[in-house]
Design a protein around this ligand. Sequence first.
Ligand code: ADE
Length: 378
Amino acid sequence: MSLKLIKIRKETQKALALLPGDFKELYQTLYQKKDFVNPSNFMDKPKEKQKFEDRSLDITLRPKIWDEYIGQSGIKKNLKILLGAAKERQEPVEHLLFYGPAGLGKTTLAHIIAKEMGSSLKISSGPAIEKVGDLASVLTNLSDGDILFIDEAHRLNKTVEEVLYPAMEERSLDIIIGKGPSARTIQLELPAFSLVAATTRIALLSPPLRSRFSGGIFRLEFYSEDEIGQIIRRSAKILGMTIEESAVKKISSRSRFTPRTANRLLKRCRDFAQINKRDSIDANSAEKTFELLDIDEKGLEIADKNILLTLINKFNGGPVGLQTLAAAISEDTATIEEVSEPYLIQLGFIERRPRGRVVTPRAYEHLGIKCPTQDNLL
Ligand code: ADE
């Protein structure tokens, strides 16, 4: 078998497409279609579910520099040193991985890192990069110093991950073209980029991928109620609303220790105040907003209560396996694991045991349901 190693540096996909012979074949392998594939296909797409206005407001509320970023103080300290040192050496920052529950600010950190480094941020995600060709398209369109942000990195498939390893380690894109005896490896030199990846499910990332984040792996923590209060006051100011301290407390205690939820609830309180011709958000209008939204004083929504009540009423409080629970409430397992469960565990309302999920006495108390004896719970 003859394996030819061809090392080329190319600036654009278009230039590659113009090349003859072997290179044409490489082009076909990379893009798997005769037509030129726009790399923006694999870049961030607007989340369909979110209304345009809400999305642009989220961007407005997002902190842009360290001084505006509240919380995660340990991560901030480490990143400031890492970025400062890389800037002094005039090198790109090393690859970074952020993990933790949704809405805690992983994307925001990527934006701040890019701004601090004076780099341009290219955004993609695990599900958008389906094939090796998609990844090749994204990587070959980067420039020196760019930061590539891959959200939901746990959804990258294994073959894509394997192409990412040498890209991260040696800035080399190794592509096998053809099959059998005529197969050849083509190596493309990539620009000096930094990868910033984010995931809500670190355990699903393969160990080889994890080990290549040489800059560090950072776990984002839930925010304290005080930090969430500061975020609400800052956001209200940006939205041009005055907000009473009692309303800040009401919103922060329902924010699931999560900035994204805090900002969402603040915006709904603002809508309510606006419709009722009030120029300030007070405790009374916040309370009415939450009644309408069916959000209780701990921030539990119908979906969360459904999980707790199903565990209690159908399974005597557990233990129940995730699949069984998901089937009982007609929900998919990933939504339970990524949306409701982290917060219910944080509140101490459910526990994950080897035999399944169990409701705690604290949850019974919150729901106003008499708790069976501890023996029956186990
Ligand atoms: N908005 C969302 N996350 C934030 C944070 N960590 N600090 C300030 N404002 C935010």
